[in-house]
Design a protein around this ligand. Structure first.
Ligand code: CA
Length: 97
């Protein structure tokens, strides 16, 4: 369950959704690009194939605009937190990864 691994690494490494977002947003552009996410996860020791990145972006990029706003990131963060409690239909999302 990749999404669970990604979430646990992120929460282990970063204090909050905002902390993670601002550190992954290397160029300070206010959105997370596909490359920034791939690099950010790689630095956490998570190597995702292009197909997995694509699947992750489909989860993250709710409006399919090609990048991830903080609002979208926060939604993902919350979704992941809910994974812990076993609530939500998060497994539907995880199946896509
Ligand atoms: Ca977006």
């Amino acid at each position: 369950m990749r999404l669970r691994i990604i979430k646990s690494k992120l929460t282990e490494k970063f204090e909050s959704a905002l902390d993670a977002f601002s550190k992954i947003d290397k160029d300070g552009g206010g959105t997370l690009e596909r490359t920034e996410i791939a690099v950010g996860l790689f630095r956490l020791g998570i190597w995702l194939s292009p197909i997995e990145i694509e699947a992750l972006m489909n989860v993250l990029d709710e409006d399919q605009g090609g990048d991830v706003s903080f609002q979208e990131w926060y939604r993902f963060w919350k979704l992941n937190i809910d994974l812990d409690t076993g609530t939500l239909r998060a497994d539907d999302v995880v199946e896509d990864l």
